[in-house]
Design a protein around this ligand. Sequence first.
Ligand SMILES: Cc1cc2nc3c(=O)[nH]c(=O)nc-3n(C[C@H](O)[C@H](O)[C@H](O)COP(=O)(O)OP(=O)(O)OC[C@H]3O[C@@H](n4cnc5c(N)ncnc54)[C@H](O)[C@@H]3O)c2cc1C
Length: 432
Amino acid sequence: MEIIIVGAGIGGLSAALCLAIAGHKITIVESASQLAEIGAGVQMTPNATKYFWKWGLGPDILAKAALPAAFNVRQDVNGHIIGSVPFANFEARYGAPYIVIHRADIHRILHEHAVKAGVDIKLSCRVVKYDFDGGGIVLANGDRLQADLVVAVDGINSSARESLCAGNSETHLTKAGWAAYRARVPVSQIRSDPRTALVVSQHNCNCWVGDSLSVMTYMMKSSELLNMVLSHPDDVDTKTWSQEEYKAKILRLFDGWDPCVIALIEMAQPNVQNWPVEQVMPLRRWASSTGRFVLMGDAAHAMAFYLSMGVSMAVEDAAALAECLSLRSSSRASLAEAMLVFEKVRKARVEAVREASLHAGNTLHLPPGLQREARNASLLSDGLNEEERNVDRFYAEGNAYGIADRRIRDWCYGYDVIEAIQEGWSHRLGLK
Ligand SMILES: Cc1cc2nc3c(=O)[nH]c(=O)nc-3n(C[C@H](O)[C@H](O)[C@H](O)COP(=O)(O)OP(=O)(O)OC[C@H]3O[C@@H](n4cnc5c(N)ncnc54)[C@H](O)[C@@H]3O)c2cc1C
């Protein structure tokens, strides 16, 4: 098939590579004039990295990614460990590692592999109009392009989504109630200070949790900088803040916290930014009625980052779409039917993960009280109780605690999107 992909972010490049490997002819149109992923590090989970390995990116990723040994959840005031998740067994348990990698590195690796697989990438091409039923797009310069299928992976502020959902009264992009200050701290400085040296002695992820606040740190391979993500209620307007104001206000917010956290904030480089956490609420449709257009990635399902599943969901989308098209080519199904299966299976998965991601954030930020005590007890036991494996029930009752809860990890990272699509395909005749 000839397929146009709109957007060359990590989601668009993953889709392009996977579909090109499957034998499709892929063109990416990207509005930016050059390919460069900005930002800091990204954590990626085994349910997605297993596809990176399948697509042949493993050696290139291992050369650049850190494989953290553990995820430590720590008390706000003294840094004592409440619970610790060992990452070492993830490869054996879930078939691939949990990785931390610089966005620019994973973006470059995907780009190089996509080009090698024959993907044509057109830069400075902003899509301004879609023919959803006819598989067409119009670029800002007036050019029209046509394909069998258009896949829009154009990010959280997707114009494709706005236009597909035009006329619906629902608000799709909503605030999650949290925001994150993102900062970077020089590793050499951290190493030379006895208050902070422990944080960089291993490639561990550390997360201090307190009332309405948390601080997550992780380090990338051979990196000279430690990443810090400081979550807080989304109730400040930082537009006019100078870097001095950022530091002073953050120090005030975390007053009384572990001296290690305070020292890290003091050492942060002057490039702190505030990121309000936004989510795309469930959309009625992702695909057009003919099946010649479909939305994917953040455009369809941006979510809070507390389970580190945003990029991973876009990678699952890519693998799912390739599987749907492969099942279609070996059957007499129409493209519309194939896209209906894709939409049905993917919507159910990402909507559950989106809710679980926000729930994970909310439970990290619990005030003192019974709920917090229950959370800490669960972290100590790694959420383990063989009778309590029904994640849906425990999640609904508010008893699941994000990545530090084995039930949630098994559900998130043990998921096999290919099996899910095959299962959905077997029921496709009943779909509407
Ligand atoms: C603070 C923060 C921390 C995060 N941490 C993690 C993490 O640790 N792990 C994780 O998995 N996820 C994380 N995420 C989420 C993750 O960054 C996103 O889920 C992911 O980058 C989305 O990829 P995408 O390709 O769908 O969209 P994007 O990366 O936004 O790419 C969209 C592309 O489309 C292009 N485009 C847009 N409009 C047009 C147009 N009209 N025509 C042509 N091209 C267009 C854009 O230029 C861009 O290149 C985090 C997010 C935030 C905000």
